[in-house]
Design a protein around this ligand. Structure first.
Ligand code: ATP
Length: 453
């Protein structure tokens, strides 16, 4: 179907079932435009395209539509397993140009293009996920769209609109735009501040806990699949439901994901071996993500204790074969280490639920040890200091210059580095360097007080 009424259009976020929404499906046997609900009654009559309305308003979830409105219903607590019934959605054939101006390609992966578009009839910005038709099956596409759409009600899950169509080359569905991109592009080389990490952890554990309560496993949790809506991370959302599966089903490994995110029980499988999909695989990936956002890197390349010494060290610690905290975990508090142990245990029976992290929100997470030895000195002088060492500079900014100097001296001497410095020499070299960098540098104006220690 390429014909769309010439009136104005609106995307309507409705549940696929139960409210007479715009979800439609094709009866796979007779190809008629009907779909069935769970009592096998015919329900739907319109295809999943931008639907015409008299108002012409584009109703964006969470923005123009209240979560309590009749359109944006919360799913029933007990949905009777409806969420697992994936309808055959009719995908009208059209071109992007029919309704959209493509403004930018936000990302391009192996299977899909993520396009930032303007929906002309409503003059609204949306993101289209265009999956290459040759590289997926209609069923796979429908599964991703269905789960994303059905889970959209959660505050920390990306909202998909009830809009899906196909072009000659792509299967496409529409979703809201995350203005700050994904977490991967927001994390510096040293990770994020502890406070930001706690915010992210809380929101994601809530989103994944919601999925698990529906017996769904995300299976591809990584920093690239968390989208950022506010620069202070008070609003992040989980996305990419391409690998989402009903708990308990037999599945293959998720392709095209970082090996650091693959749980050990899956790494150990032989090629093409299937395994039962369980929510504890999300718990594992959550533990990796938590480490990743706190430090800027994953804790190891792969959870293979034979090939990866970083993992082997952690595994020994986690199984209490040693009390030595692995080098790359030394900056964390004992409480956070307890939490990591629960998420990243090799033993699948022992692994915690996704929401475990909420028990650790009031604890300090980062202790800022910078020495490798167990008796390492803490940089932080006060027990109430919540900052991590990677934010030392920011914290220093809040202290007076003298305090800074004193603390720096104390720290250097605790490491045997209190060598006298020729200040005149240092000053001259810095001046030389600055004047080569910036011709407009004025040594009269610029202060080099910071160097006067
Ligand atoms: N709604 C959105 N707003 C802004 N950026 C987005 C949005 N959706 C996706 N992206 C960007 O596109 C990237 C890829 O999206 P997505 O994971 O859905 O595609 P994919 O092809 O399934 O990726 P992969 O298979 O490699 O995990 C995300 O990591 C993010 O950077």
């Amino acid at each position: 179907m390429g014909t769309i009424e010439k009136r104005s259009f609106s995307f309507r976020l409705r549940r696929s079932f139960g409210d007479g929404g715009s979800t439609n499906s094709r009866n796979s046997n007779n190809n008629s435009s009907t779909c069935t609900n769970h009592n096998n009654q015919k329900r739907c009559s319109t295809p999943l395209t931008p639907t015409s309305t008299s108002t012409g308003r584009l109703e964006v979830p969470g923005a123009s539509v209240s979560r309590r409105s009749s359109i944006y219903k919360k799913p029933d607590k007990n949905d009777g397993g409806q969420i697992h019934m994936i309808p055959d959605v009719e995908l009208p054939l059209m071109t992007f140009a029919d309704q959209y101006n493509i403004e930018k390609t936000l990302a391009e992966g192996c299977f899909a293009k993520i396009l930032l578009c303007r929906h002309r009839p409503t003059n609204t910005t949306v993101v289209l996920k265009a999956v290459h038709a040759e590289l997926t099956t209609i069923k796979e596409f429908q599964k991703e769209f269905h789960y994303n759409y059905e889970l959209s009600h959660h505050h920390h899950i990306l909202s998909a609109y009830a809009v899906a169509f196909q072009t000659m080359d792509y299967l496409v569905f529409a979703m809201e735009h995350a203005p700050y991109g994904d977490l991967a592009s927001n994390i510096g080389p040293n990770g994020l501040h502890e406070t930001a990490c706690k915010l992210i952890a809380e929101q994601l554990s809530s989103a994944l806990g919601f999925m698990h309560s529906k017996n769904l496993v995300h299976r591809d949790l990584k920093i690239e699949n968390v989208l950022v809506f506010t620069p202070d991370f008070t609003r992040v959302k989980l996305c990419d439901f391409g690998a989402t599966t009903k708990k308990g089903l037999l599945v293959h490994k998720v392709k095209h994901t970082w090996t650091s995110c693959v749980p050990p029980e899956q790494l150990e499988l032989i090629k093409n071996e299937r395994f039962q999909c369980l929510s504890i695989s999300d718990s594992w990936q959550f533990g990796i993500l938590l480490y990743n956002i706190l430090t800027g890197n994953p804790p190891w390349l792969s959870a293979d204790w034979v090939k990866d010494p970083a993992y082997a060290n952690f595994m020994k610690y986690e199984q209490r074969k040693t009390t030595k905290v692995p080098e790359n975990f030394r900056r964390f508090s004992p409480r956070l280490m307890r939490c990591f142990r629960k998420y990243l245990t090799h033993d699948t029976e022992e692994r915690c639920k996704i929401t475990e992290v909420t028990k650790y929100m009031k604890d300090r997470w980062v202790e800022c040890r910078i020495s490798a030895s167990k008796s390492a000195t803490l940089i932080s002088p006060t027990p109430h200091d919540q900052d991590s060492c990677i934010y030392l500079n920011q914290r220093e900014g809040r202290l007076s210059g003298d305090e800074n100097k004193l603390r720096f001296k104390r720290m250097m001497s605790s490491y045997g580095l209190d060598i006298p410095i020729d200040q005149t020499m240092v000053r001259r070299r810095v001046w030389d360097w600055l004047s080569t960098c910036d011709a407009s540098f004025d040594p009269e104006v610029e202060s080099l007080h910071a160097l006067d220690m």
